[in-house]
Design a protein around this ligand. Structure first.
Ligand code: SF4
Length: 413
């Protein structure tokens, strides 16, 4: 079959800039700088505002799910901004390659680009499932290796920053420290010093630095954030939810990106267990799963040994939490992980949960909103609220509902 998309060629690699929609500010800053170090010139889009959503709606059908509308709006807004030579930019879209609509966004983006007069702009699909080929964009093993560490570092920095920022005596210190470490880690990776021994040493140094942040001895309401991956993390999509919760006096817990990676890997194991699919693939995937679990356990142990910070939950345990609630075959979009993360938060003493609910997201309705009742029945101390996000929803409405949830907040201590 003839391909119908504009390829990102080797020639383009020389002088094109790839624009990347921001999802997780810390992780994406690390990954972006890392790719730049390898000659893949790129820029993460940190633009915000209602006009982006309106641009998305102008060029996409309004029944598309909310993350698609936002990403398209952000891309087209950047191309129309006059900041870039549109004949020297490409766009990059992260795809899981799963069965959900995210794997088809790329076609929606291309249609929208054509409508906006930018049909010549290449759109690169970043996917481990190898959905498309782009000769100018190749991820080598050294890049992937460093990207994996960028995810581990990003998760650790996000976790420590979140556990410090609501208590810090000197405002902004936790964020500044996370930024300082982001820059230092990128510099290190540039110099090729990326042994795992060094990564573990850095974990300790980072924790030591966060331990030094002076914190008030106060009790804060603990609030977890779960939901569809893009809306859960992206400040553009969730109207800066984390900052809003902190400004309301809460301590925020957001599960790390490694959990989502492990979930994607685990789903291939589930395919074999449930449907007998690909034994060879299963054996390979099982090794990757064990490898990532091992790395997660290292991080958990280092946090426990060197601080009083709450480490992430071991994923092999997270998987067991859904028993009696939902099956592992429910794996479209965020799937069973969404249910598992709510249960994980409840178990670790974070009973107040905001479930971010994008417009048009069926998986989230089933595994998030749909599971709230059974979760509440078995965990009476839990306080979950589903907040709807769509391009037309007003921020005030969302904030009022969150304030109401905070007013009814639960405390397990
Ligand atoms: S998980 Fe939901 S929001 Fe994400 S692509 Fe699927 S339907 Fe859309």
């Amino acid at each position: 079959m003839q391909k119908e998309y504009v390829s990102f060629t080797k020639e383009m690699k020389k002088d094109y800039t790839i624009l990347i929609p921001n999802m997780l500010p810390m992780h994406f800053t690390l990954i972006s700088k890392l790719l730049n170090n390898y000659g893949i010139r790129n820029e993460v889009l940190f633009t915000k505002g209602q006009h982006i959503k309106e641009t998305g709606l102008k060029y996409t059908h309004n029944d598309a799910c909310y993350p698609a509308i936002i990403v398209i709006g952000q891309f087209i807004d950047a191309l129309q901004s006059g900041k870039y030579d549109t004949h020297k930019v490409a766009l990059m879209m992260f795809q899981t390659g799963g069965g959900c609509r995210a794997s088809n966004y790329i076609n929606l983006i291309r249609k929208a680009l054509k409508r906006a007069g930018f049909g010549y702009v290449p759109v690169i699909s970043f996917s481990f499932a190898g959905l498309e080929k782009h000769p100018g964009f190749k991820l080598t093993l050294p890049i992937l290796h460093r990207m994996m560490y960028a995810v581990f570092y990003g998760d650790l920095l996000m976790l420590l920053r979140n556990q410090c920022r609501s208590y810090e005596i000197n405002a902004g210190e936790s964020e500044a420290l996370a930024q300082k470490w982001t820059n230092r880690l990128v510099e290190e990776m540039e110099k090729d010093r990326v042994s795992y021994k060094r990564v573990k040493k850095n974990y300790k140094l980072i924790i030591e630095d966060f331990n030094k942040i002076l914190r008030k001895d106060e009790k804060r309401v603990k609030v977890g954030v779960v939901g569809e991956i893009y809306v859960k993390y992206s400040p553009l999509a969730n109207n800066d939810l984390e900052n809003f919760l902190v400004s309301e006096g809460a301590e925020v817990t957001v599960p790390g990106l490694l959990d989502f990676m492990l979930y994607c890997v685990y789903n291939s194991i589930a395919d074999y267990k449930l449907y007998g699919r690909g034994k060879v693939k299963y054996l390979g995937i099982k090794l990757i799963y064990k490898f990532l679990l091992h790395k997660q356990m290292d991080l958990i142990n280092i946090i426990k040994e060197n601080s009083d910070f709450e480490p992430p939950t071991y994923f092999d345990h997270t998987v067991t939490l859904i028993k009696g609630y939902i099956g592992i075959g429910t794996k479209m979009g965020e799937g069973w992980l969404l249910t598992a993360e709510m249960l994980e938060l409840a178990e670790k003493g974070v009973p107040n949960i905001v479930c971010t609910q994008p417009f048009g997201c069926l998986p989230n309705h089933i595994c998030g909103k749909g599971m709230m009742r059974p979760i509440k029945e078995k965990n009476p101390n839990i306080n979950i609220v589903a907040i709807d996000y769509d391009a037309g929803a007003t921020e005030v409405n969302q904030e009022n509902r969150i304030k109401l949830m905070l007013a009814n907040s639960k405390d397990v201590d």
